[in-house]
Design a protein around this ligand. Structure first.
Ligand SMILES: *Cc1c(COP(=O)(O)O)cnc(C)c1O
Length: 338
């Protein structure tokens, strides 16, 4: 099977497994795991932040960030397609007791004007107090779109003006960083906290890292404990993350090239209504209104190709480390023959 459902379906490469097998480990709950400590130090340094904390998942890292920056009853601002709102099980309300003020952005991205327009006046005590702005780069539901860095800077200015915290869900920030000029330190300067996944395009089996100030990470350590995310000899997993950053980051460009080619092939099909612009490794497309979505997916599956249905008529393909050149050639041939 050629699995294009997500970039989370990858398995550790031989080099990564080797790094994991040879990891020096300790009990990370006591902060005694040298490999976890090394991963955290590496990411704090990369983003120019004081500290970092390793998490079992991106969801837990994001949820911890929300908890750090808010109090129950408050409100955060995010795009209507945000992962924290749509795909984290209602965690913002469950864990932090906050509501989400949704902005009707473009492909998961808001403008600074839109953000400023939905901030509740702090002295109007009838409405929830706005305390946090959250953005996602690249956008997941937005089809891997990359933010214009200048817009992120403008939103930062809005946050500063109104005293709001600013969190980046950087699950696929690695993908954005190989396509655009902004560096990790540029992002580090802008955001109070950033969550970064190791288990998406980078190909590690498990893990995300949250970066921020020392004070934020001290809070995060306690919250992670409360969420049940303290892990013991986690260095085996952290070793995979270190290996992934050192050896499997630059190659994301390969995934992006293949995704663009898939987008091109799909746009030529008579069944396809439109393909959203492909900027990174996610291809989102829609069939014409009279087309049978289940039938189209079945046809691909008969050709050993798995893709996902995002609902509302949208289908998704995601390229990744385990999607080889040979598989790509095969998929391009199948699409060419539909
Ligand atoms: C995958 C993803 C996450 C985190 O997901 P986990 O499966 O919990 O690691 C967060 N945000 C976005 C945008 C994602 O795509």
């Amino acid at each position: 099977m050629i699995n294009l459902i997500s970039d989370t379906v990858t398995k550790p490469t031989p080099g990564m497994l080797d790094a994991m097998m040879h990891a020096e480990v300790g009990d990370d709950v006591f902060k005694h795991d040298p490999t976890v400590n090394a991963l955290e130090a590496k990411l704090a340094k990369l983003f120019g932040k004081e500290a970092a904390l390793f998490f079992p998942s991106g969801t837990m890292a994001n949820q911890t960030a929300i908890k750090i920056h808010t109090q129950p009853g408050e409100q955060l601002i995010c795009d209507k397609w945000a992962h924290i709102f749509n795909y984290e099980g209602g965690g913002a309300s469950f864990n932090s007791g906050v509501s989400c003020r949704l902005v009707d952005g473009n492909r998961g991205m808001m403008t600074a004007e839109q953000v400023e327009a939905v901030i509740n006046p702090p002295d109007f005590y009838h409405s929830p107090l706005t305390t946090l702005v959250e953005v996602e780069n690249t956008t997941n539901r937005g089809g891997g779109a990359c933010w214009d860095f200048e817009e992120l800077v403008k939103i930062k200015a809005v946050c500063e003006k109104h005293g709001l915290a600013y969190h980046l869900d950087g699950a696929r920030l690695w993908n954005a960083m190989v396509e655009t000029a902004a560096t990790p330190k540029d992002y580090g300067r802008l955001f109070d906290t950033i969550s970064i996944c190791l288990s998406k395009g980078l190909g590690a089996p498990v893990g995300s890292v949250l970066v921020g100030t020392k004070k934020h990470m001290q809070k995060a350590l306690r919250i992670r404990k409360v969420f049940g995310g303290g892990m013991r000899q986690a260095g085996f997993l952290a070793a995979a993350g270190i290996y992934a950053i050192d050896h499997q980051w630059e190659r994301l460009k390969e995934d992006h090239r293949k995704a663009k080619e898939l987008g091109g092939a799909l746009s030529k099909l008579s069944q396809v209504d439109f393909v959203e612009e492909v900027e990174t490794n996610i291809v989102i497309f829609q069939l014409r209104p009279n087309e049978d979505i289940a039938g189209f997916m079945q046809l691909l599956q008969e050709n050993k190709i798995l893709i996902s249905n995002m609902g509302q008529g949208k289908l998704r393909m995601v390229t990744h480390l385990d999607y080889t050149d040979a598989m790509h050639q095969q998929v391009m041939e199948v699409l060419g023959n539909i």
